[in-house]
Design a protein around this ligand. Structure first.
Ligand code: UDP
Length: 154
């Protein structure tokens, strides 16, 4: 799992509530991603505020934090060659109305805010976001060994 070969995703509360965990994971694995780490959690407000801190001045920040803390989510680390870009293509545009057909957001998002999934937008953010939720001992390589090294310094 070298730099660029993994990404981080969340299945957001709306999609979990609509019982889309299974269909979304099927899209992910059908697209050739390996699940290297995964768990179901409920974000606390302070965690959501830190995770989305880059958006804190945006008008949608409070509603985004409220939505992301409204119910359980699934967090996962996905492994594939060129994972960050490949996964952004698989999920589609932030606004599902602009997302290409067949993308996860086109299929499962309710709106631009309740848009089904998160996907890291850079290799550096993928490392930061994965290590926000998982310890290194919870992230597994294909052989089942724990991946202790990340190429990106976090
Ligand atoms: N978002 C929102 N309203 C907007 C734009 C974004 O609620 O007008 C939410 C949406 O859930 C999105 C998240 O904020 O996924 C982060 O926005 P970003 O622009 O980083 O989009 P992403 O990288 O998730 O496609």
């Amino acid at each position: 799992m070298d730099s660029g070969n993994f990404t981080f995703t969340m299945i957001k509360p709306g999609a979990v509530n609509n019982e889309y965990i299974g269909p979304i994971l099927a899209k992910i694995t059908d697209a050739g991603f390996r699940i290297a780490a995964m768990k179901m959690i409920k974000l606390r407000t302070a965690q959501a505020e830190v995770f989305y801190g880059i958006h804190k001045e945006r008008p949608f920040f409070r509603s985004l934090v409220e939505f992301m803390t409204s119910g359980p989510i699934v967090v996962a680390v996905l492994e594939k060659e060129n994972a960050v870009q490949s996964y952004r293509e698989l999920i589609g545009s932030t606004n599902p109305e602009e997302a290409k057909s067949g993308t996860i957001r086109k299929l499962f998002a309710e709106s631009v805010s309740k848009n089904a999934v998160h996907g890291s937008d850079s290799v550096e953010n993928a490392a930061n976001e994965a290590l926000f939720f998982f310890s290194r001992s919870e992230i597994f390589t294909e052989s089942g060994e724990v991946k202790l090294q990340f190429d990106v310094t976090v």
